[in-house]
Design a protein around this ligand. Structure first.
Ligand SMILES: Cc1cc2nc3c(=O)[nH]c(=O)nc-3n(C[C@H](O)[C@H](O)[C@H](O)COP(=O)(O)OP(=O)(O)OC[C@H]3O[C@@H](n4cnc5c(N)ncnc54)[C@H](O)[C@@H]3O)c2cc1C
Length: 328
């Protein structure tokens, strides 16, 4: 069985950057971007226009389209022999065996690699409206329902805004967005949950005239096709007007493969690593949103991926150099 230098798992922002760096470093690289289902559950799939990074405004799918361009270039270019792209495949199991990782893919094929960079990311929790998430998705698709403050916070300028969530971070999201954009009206919809806001935050919400509605959401008002949001109907029949909503319900962290090899995670499930992305399991790296203590952004995903791929390359070169010196 071939032994690959590096196996990259995940085909979003971090995964594609890890592949690009690893292949351009001339390391033999195995790449699993994930199955259709993995992709559909990932942030990569749902990102539309990226406005907070230079040079991305022409893409309508700000991660998927530039990623495809780079992968095609690698597949056809000078380094194609180092690039082993397992299209539409995901990883279902990893084990560490002596110095290698044994990797099983979604088709049951088994591979060996010396190093792994895991980039399976996270997904934002969706609000359940009458026990289903499907009512909010058309608005998420058109970005009148947003999730990421740094990416899309600026969309609320001059708009009436609803923030959906009930935790302390929901209240902080509202306070921060209000202080930045001074919107004409802002409210928090806890969707049937008890608010968990501290006294100080409650005081701030009252000073900023941010009302808190605790009733479950019954219906989203607006045009699903165009994504124009008009507001929400709550359980008691109250209707509230909102042109934008922000969803602040936390994240699902895709850490199963990391945990299965014994990598340590923090209390929220993000994987703990050193500054190069290496976990407590030697040669097992994590990059992108899955890594603890980093901003959940495309440019951070890129930077963490480059750190990991370069650290692996440094190890590979050091080993070769040492063997050469030992033989001389
Ligand atoms: C709506 C929205 C808008 C955003 N807008 C911006 C923005 O404008 N600017 C910005 O900087 N950031 C933005 N972000 C954040 C950005 O999407 C993430 O920071 C970035 O995608 C993280 O990259 P990642 O590679 O860690 O994860 P992802 O890009 O989510 O990629 C995860 C990958 O892992 C794969 N995968 C999962 N499980 C497996 C498996 N078992 N085997 C193989 N593959 C697997 C999936 O197929 C997917 O390819 C936005 C996020 C959201 C939700």
């Amino acid at each position: 069985m071939d032994i690959y230098s590096t196996c990259v798992i995940g085909g979003g922002s971090a995964g594609v950057m890890a592949v690009l760096r690893s292949v351009l470093n001339n390391d033999n690289t195995l790449f699993f971007p994930g199955t259709k289902l993995h992709r559909k559950r990932s942030r990569e799939f749902w990102v539309r226009k990226v406005e907070n990074m230079p040079g991305h405004l022409d893409y309508t799918r700000g991660i998927d389209q530039p990623n495809k361009e780079s992968l095609k270039w690698l597949e056809e270019g000078l380094f194609k022999d180092k690039f082993h792209w397992k299209k539409q495949r995901g990883v279902v199991d990893i084990k560490k065996e002596e110095n290698n990782f044994i990797i099983t893919d979604s088709e049951g094929e088994v591979y060996k690699a010396q190093h792994v960079i895991l980039c399976t990311g996270v997904m934002d929790v969706q609000p359940h409206i009458k026990e289903s998430i499907k009512d909010i998705l058309p608005f998420a698709n058109k970005q009148t329902a947003d999730y990421c403050l740094r990416c899309d916070g600026h969309h609320i300028l001059n708009k009436e805004v609803a923030i959906i969530g009930h935790t302390e971070s929901t209240a902080w999201v509202s306070v921060m967005l209000y202080e930045r954009y001074k919107v004409p009206n802002m409210m928090i919809l806890t969707n049937g949950e008890k608010p968990e806001f501290s006294e100080d935050l409650l005081k701030l919400l009252s000073l900023y005239k941010i009302d808190v509605f605790e009733e479950p959401i019954e219906q989203v008002l607006g045009d699903k096709k165009s994504g124009q949001l008009d507001g929400f109907i709550l359980c008691c029949g109250t209707s509230v007007h909102a042109q934008m909503c922000f969803i602040s319900l936390g994240m699902i962290v895709y850490n199963e493969l990391a945990k299965s090899v014994g990598a340590e995670v923090d209390e929220r499930g993000f994987v703990l690593t050193n500054s190069k992305g290496e976990t407590n399991i030697p040669n097992f790296y994590v990059a992108g949103d899955l890594r603890a203590g980093v901003k959940k952004q495309i440019y951070t995903a890129w930077d963490t991926a480059v750190d990991s791929a370069d650290d692996i390359n440094a190890k590979i070169r050091r080993d070769k150099r040492q063997r050469l010196l030992d033989q001389s």
